[in-house]
Structures are given as structure tokens and as C-alpha cells.
Design a protein around this ligand. Structure first.
Ligand code: SF4
Length: 388
């Protein structure tokens, strides 16, 4: 597929898992819940004669209910959760001293690459799990507790723009916070489109529905995870608040946007300068890492404090599990769909998500608390590179 050139695991895991999900839904022995990633909502419409970039969030929720899922959640919710965890981690490293630059860890193709080919960066990786994994962990603990269901009786499916996400669900024991996998099966956007067609659902004419509560509400920041620069922009919106205890007057960080291979900026947080870099597409990443290595070798200050990496061109909107035929024109339209979703959101900063406030009050305590670390964080190790 389009992903195989830069996705170290995608080629192996490009397998159809829709049957496993159909079987589980039909058996109805388990409580089946589902989550949808940010980038899916601006691309799945293409499988049903809609324009690239057309937002189909409400129709997606409706389709998933009609397929038989017991609850429909949104990965955008857990993207907001990731920002609280990863943003707090960054602010701690930045203000209290810690390994810098911090590197984002939400893209499994990138973390997999790092564990095999850039192991000197292990201490730099954010320990935050990806939004997909965080939602699974919260579904099988927090939600299960509230709904009075045992973790073993839950089945969590995720709809992802990505083939590497199939590998991430079974990556290691850190992904089994309850003793069971946080996420049972990750399907691609294409696989979900197939299921919707198999069920004979007329996607285009579905009404807009809402996600289910507890793990379904999201802010504009959460949806930004679907594009290159989006995790950084979302993190900056909350880092500003965490550092200054004030909200930004203008939440748009235009420096983070666009298809340039490497974007750099210095962000002024009330006199504190934060230097950031954003790289997408694997080929652009080594140059960024090499500049950090050089500075280290020469005992110079790090060129950046925070770096976002996504393996796919344009970020997840251009992922290997999306409808085929992503040209830059298509990527641009999907990207516009993501920014439109952000702009129309009532809340645009992760720390203003009311369900996030509630999950900390009712369950997790503070960001990066002991409980949050147990359920929402991971660690990295050197792994043997696949040998031909
Ligand atoms: Fe998957 Fe997104 Fe990473 Fe691409 S950028 S490999 S779609 S997580």
C-alpha cells in the first residue's frame, strides 16, 4: 500500500480483521465499544462519494451504532487526555529540568523506528501512550467501573487511519493495563467503510448523531491530532495555560501548519521561549535527530525543546489505512476539514474539555498522577531491527 515505503510495520499487518469484529458484535457476549480517530472523519466519506475533507463525524457515530456497537466513543477525547498528560510531562521537563527535547510518541510507526534505529533517543520520548491506547485503558477501567462491567467482558475496537495501529495494540505488556489488551482490534478507515457497505447502510443519508458520554466529548485541540503539527499546536495551547495559568487570546499557531517537511518555530510564552520542531514523513526525521545529536556532542544547547513526529506525509490524514489515492490535493482538503472541525468547536483547548475535567476529578486525580502513570504511560526499550 501507500504506507509500505515509510511504515516499518504496516506491510506485515495489512490484513483484514473485519470478521473478528463482526463475530464479536454478533455473538454479543461482550460489551462492544468503539472509538474513531481524528483523521477518519475527514476521509471516510470518500468511500461513499463524498468530497475529501467533508466532516462526517455525526454520520460515523450513527453508522457505528447501526453496526451494533454498544457504545460509541471518540479518540479525540483521549487526544485531549494525551495533551494533559504529555503537556504536563513537557512542562515538568522544561521547568524542573529533564531530558530535552521531548519527542511525541503518538505515532507507532515512529516509536517503532526509534526503538530499532534511534535508540539514543529513548530518554527523550514522551512516556504518554497514544490516544488510541489511552481510550482503551479508560474504557476498560473508568468506563467499565461506571457501567458496572468487568474489563474481561469488554471488547474495544478502534477505527484508525493507520496500519501501524494494528501493531500498537499488541505492542507489549504496557498496552494491557487491566491484564487484557487496552484495545482488542484496530480497524482501518478502509475496513470500516467495507463493514458499512456489507451492512447495507446508506452512509450519506445517515443523520448526525452524538458520541456517548464519559469518553466522547472533544475539543478542537483533540481533533488536531489528525494533521502534521496538530499535536504540537494542541500541546502549546495547554502548555501556555500550565505555565502561565492563563488562557491564550489567540489559540491558532500558524507556525505549526502546512506541508513543509520540517517546520520550526520559537514560541514566546510570556517571555519564556520554547523552541519547537515538527517533522512528518520518515525521510525528514533523521536530519532533525542529527541536529540534536550534533548539539549534544558539542555541548551546545538543544536546538529544540519539543519535537513532533508523524511518519506519514501530512500526518494521519495521509495514513496508510485511509481511502486510497491520497495526493497532496486530497491531503490538503482533509487537512482543511480538520481545521474546520477545530474552528467550529466550542472549546478549543484540551484543558477545557468538561469530560477531561471529570475524569481527573472522579478517577485519575492529577495529570501524571500515580494512577495516570499506571494506566496512561508506557516505556521504551531497544528492540532488534527486523533483519532480511
Ligand atoms: Fe499511523 Fe498517523 Fe503515524 Fe501515519 S502518522 S503511521 S497514520 S499514527
Amino acid at each position: 500500500g501507500q504506507c509500505s515505503a515509510h511504515c516499518p510495520v504496516g506491510a506485515i499487518y495489512e490484513k483484514d480483521e473485519t470478521k473478528i469484529v463482526w463475530d464479536e458484535i454478533k455473538k454479543h457476549e461482550k460489551h462492544c465499544v468503539v472509538q474513531v480517530a481524528p483523521a477518519v472523519r475527514v476521509a471516510i466519506g470518500e468511500a461513499f462519494d463524498m468530497e475529501p475533507g467533508e466532516l462526517a463525524t455525526g454520520q460515523l457515530y450513527a453508522a457505528l451504532r447501526r453496526l451494533g456497537f454498544d457504545a460509541v466513543f471518540d479518540t479525540n477525547f483521549s487526544a485531549d487526555l494525551t495533551i494533559l498528560e504529555e503537556g504536563t510531562e513537557f512542562v515538568k521537563r522544561f521547568t524542573e529540568g529533564g531530558e530535552l527535547p521531548q519527542l511525541t510518541s503518538c505515532c507507532p510507526a515512529w516509536t517503532d523506528y526509534m526503538e530499532k534505529f534511534a535508540t539514543d533517543f529513548i530518554p527523550n520520548f514522551s512516556s504518554a501512550k497514544s490516544p488510541q491506547q489511552m481510550l482503551g485503558a479508560m474504557a476498560k477501567t473508568y468506563y467499565a467501573e461506571k457501567a458496572d462491567i468487568e474489563a474481561r467482558d469488554m471488547f474495544v475496537v478502534s477505527i484508525m487511519p493507520c496500519t501501524a495501529k494494528k501493531f500498537e495494540v499488541g505492542r507489549d505488556d504496557n498496552m494491557n493495563s487491566t491484564g487484557f489488551q487496552d484495545v482488542d482490534v484496530a480497524l482501518t478507515t478502509r475496513e470500516l467503510a467495507r463493514m458499512i457497505k456489507q451492512a447495507g447502510i446508506d452512509f450519506k443519508s445517515l443523520p448526525d448523531e452524538e458520541a456517548d458520554s464519559l469518553l466522547g466529548t472533544y475539543t478542537g485541540a483533540g481533533t488536531l491530532f489528525g494533521v502534521t503539527g496538530g499535536v504540537m499546536e494542541a500541546a502549546l495551547r495547554s502548555a501556555y495555560y500550565l505555565i502561565t495559568k492563563e488562557d491564550l487570546a489567540d489559540v491558532n499557531f500558524m507556525e505549526c501548519r502546512g506541508l513543509e517537511g520540517v517546520k520550526e518555530a520559537e514560541i514566546d510564552i510570556k517571555g519564556t521561549k520554547v523552541r519547537i520542531a515538527i517533522a512528518h514523513q520518515m525521510g525528514n526525521i533523521e536530519a532533525v535527530l542529527n541536529r540534536v545529536r550534533e548539539a549534544k556532542a558539542n555541548n551546545e544547547e538543544t536546538p529544540w525543546h519539543f519535537i513532533e513526529v508523524m511518519a506519514c506525509r501530512g500526518g494521519c490524514i495521509g495514513g496508510g489505512g485511509q481511502p486510497h489515492g491520497a495526493t497532496d490535493e486530497v491531503r490538503l482538503k482533509r487537512t482543511q476539514g480538520i481545521y474546520a472541525d477545530d474552528e467550529k468547536s466550542v472549546q478549543r483547548c484540551s484543558h477545557h474539555n468538561p469530560e477531561i475535567t471529570r475524569i481527573y476529578e472522579d478517577f485519575l486525580g492529577e495529570p501524571c498522577s500515580h494512577k495516570a502513570h499506571e494506566l496512561l504511560h508506557t516505556d521504551y526499550i531497544e528492540r532488534a531491527a527486523y533483519k532480511k
